[in-house]
Each structure stands twice: as structure tokens, then as C-alpha cells.
Design a protein around this ligand. Structure first.
Ligand SMILES: Nc1ncnc2c1ncn2[C@@H]1O[C@H](COP(=O)(O)OP(=O)(O)OP(=O)(O)O)[C@@H](O)[C@H]1O
Length: 279
């Protein structure tokens, strides 16, 4: 897998508006803000990695982008147009595809059936309309090839897919059905280097197609390998917004490690001196 990002000039969508934009998004759970006035532009043809330690708000950000989480303040824009999702379906219909951490497939169904789940292609006219199985198989194989997976039998059960392959299947699906943004919550299942490479290929394929790719991770080395831009979250706030030109992998690692140390220090101090937490 190549870790070299496309040059800035190669942006397929150097449009006036980023594909996705957060403006001052705040999400509160009771009095505690999970996200606190978060602003970020997520442009097409770029991989933006969202980094932050546990509890920094990464999952909440994914939920906002995918239409699952309402926000209390702020604005979400798609192509510069303010939107207010009331369901995950609305986000999907606007071309925002999410690859969840614990991505589910229907295990007993074949790979191609999973690919087309809910959108099965048909041939002929009702009442003669029937599932175009040969076409569906062929499309699945082609779509998988686009994200770097070859030699997979479309008839094999989805349960036989490994971590990484499932995620790649989800990316292939998003590309095939015309997604414009891809939001990926880093898989929790440990992947072998080979699977990670495979999934990385799928992510790079999505960038090459001009999608705005958002990868949520707490692995700064992996982020630096694939990312063009880095959004650092700490305590629900943007702690840094950097590009590949600003930082190397060591800088990112140090920033993350620094964040963890700072949190440990903050927690220890506020336990001893509760008044510090009110400032
Ligand atoms: N439904 C909820 N009710 C109350 N508090 C919540 C809820 N969801 C999240 N939080 C809190 O909001 C903050 C941000 O959580 P979030 O899950 O977005 O962080 P994260 O960076 O994704 O963490 P992790 O890496 O552990 O998943 C945390 O302090 C968390 O405890």
C-alpha cells in the first residue's frame, strides 16, 4: 500500500465548499458536553483522521455525521448546505456512508447478497421481475476489485470474511452506490497487517474517487500513514487541526501521548482540588 497522499493539485473536488463541514457543533449529555463547539472542514479527495484518547468525543462525532446523534448547537453542512438529519437514512440518502467499528454483516448470506442487501437489482418487468443474480455477482466482484480485493468468491458466506475484508466490502458498497463521504470508525477487532493493508487500500481507493474520507482512530502512526489531515479532539474540543505538512508521525504520536498525560494529570489534580474542574 502506498502511504503517499495525492498531491494537493489532484483534488477532484477543489470546489468552493467542503463535502462536509461542522460549524460549532455541541452535543451535551446532561451537563457534560461530549462535543463542545467543534468546527471542521472535511473536503473531498482527502483523508481526515480524527484522533483523540478514549472519551474525547470521536464516536459522538461519527454519530453526528451519520445522522444518529442530534446536536444541541451548531450546524452541519453538506456541500455548503445546512442539513439537519433526523435519521441515519437521511444521511445515507445524502451520500454519507458510515463504516462502523463493529460492522455487522448478515453472516449466512453470501458476499454478493450482503453487497446488495436492501437494494437487490432486478431484471425484467413485473410480474416477471426477478433477481438478476448473475449481474449482481458480477457487479460485486467488480466493485470489490475497485477497492483492491480480488479472488473472493461472491457466493461464499459473509461469515467467512475476515476483519478488514468486511470493512472493505462496506467501502466497495459505498463507492458503488455513489457515496460522497465515507466515515470510518476504526475497527476494534485486531487486524493482521495484511488485513490492515487491504483495508488501507480500500480507504485510499475512496479518496482517489474524490470522497471526503473521515477515519476515526487512536493510532497516530496509522493515521500518519494514510491521512492527509488530522483533527485532534480532547475533552470534546478541537485541540488541533493539522495537515501532513505540519507534522510527522513522531509529532502526532507525541501530541497524542501528551494528551493522555495531560488528562491523567488533570484527573489526578481535580480529584485533589475539585475547584480546578469548575474553571
Ligand atoms: N449516551 C451518553 N450519555 C452520557 N454520556 C455520554 C454518552 N455518550 C458519550 N458520553 C460521554 O461523552 C464523552 C465523549 O464520548 P465518546 O464516546 O464520543 O468518546 P470517544 O472519543 O469515542 O471514546 P472511545 O474511544 O472510548 O469510544 C465521554 O465523556 C462519554 O462518557
Amino acid at each position: 500500500m502506498s502511504g503517499v497522499p495525492a498531491s494537493e493539485d489532484a483534488t477532484p473536488t477543489a470546489a468552493a465548499h467542503p463535502v462536509l463541514e461542522l460549524r460549532g457543533i455541541t452535543v451535551r449529555h446532561g451537563n457534560v458536553p461530549a462535543l463542545n463547539r467543534v468546527s471542521a472542514a472535511l473536503p473531498g479527495g482527502r483523508i481526515t483522521c480524527v484522533l483523540g484518547e478514549n472519551g474525547s468525543g470521536k464516536s459522538t462525532l461519527v454519530s453526528v455525521l451519520s445522522g444518529l446523534q442530534r446536536y444541541d448547537e451548531g450546524e452541519l453542512r453538506v456541500d455548503g448546505v445546512p442539513v439537519r438529519f433526523r435519521s441515519a437514512r437521511q444521511a445515507r440518502d445524502l451520500g454519507i456512508a458510515t463504516v462502523w467499528q463493529d460492522l455487522a454483516v448478515a453472516p449466512l448470506l453470501s458476499v454478493w447478497r450482503n453487497f446488495f442487501l436492501g437494494v437487490e437489482p432486478t431484471r425484467g418487468v413485473w410480474p416477471l421481475r426477478r433477481l438478476d443474480i448473475a449481474g449482481a455477482r458480477q457487479t460485486t466482484v467488480r466493485a470489490l476489485a475497485r477497492v483492491g480485493i480480488s479472488g473472493l468468491d461472491p457466493d461464499q458466506p459473509a461469515s467467512s470474511l475476515q476483519a478488514g475484508e468486511r470493512q472493505s466490502l462496506a467501502v466497495a458498497r459505498a463507492l458503488h452506490f455513489g457515496a460522497r463521504a465515507l466515515v470510518i470508525d476504526e475497527p476494534v477487532t485486531p487486524m493482521t497487517v495484511a488485513r490492515q493493508t487491504l483495508f488501507g487500500q480500500a480507504v485510499l481507493a475512496a479518496r482517489a474517487q474524490g470522497l471526503a474520507v473521515v477515519v476515526v482512530t487512536n493510532n497516530p502512526r496509522y493515521a500518519h500513514l494514510i491521512g492527509d489531515r488530522f483533527l485532534l479532539l480532547a475533552h470534546g474540543q478541537v485541540a488541533g487541526s493539522l495537515t501532513r505538512d505540519d507534522v510527522d508521525a513522531d509529532d502526532l504520536t507525541a501530541l497524542m501521548a501528551g494528551g493522555e498525560q495531560l488528562t491523567t494529570l488533570t484527573d489526578a489534580l481535580t480529584e485533589l482540588h475539585p475547584e480546578l474542574g469548575d474553571r
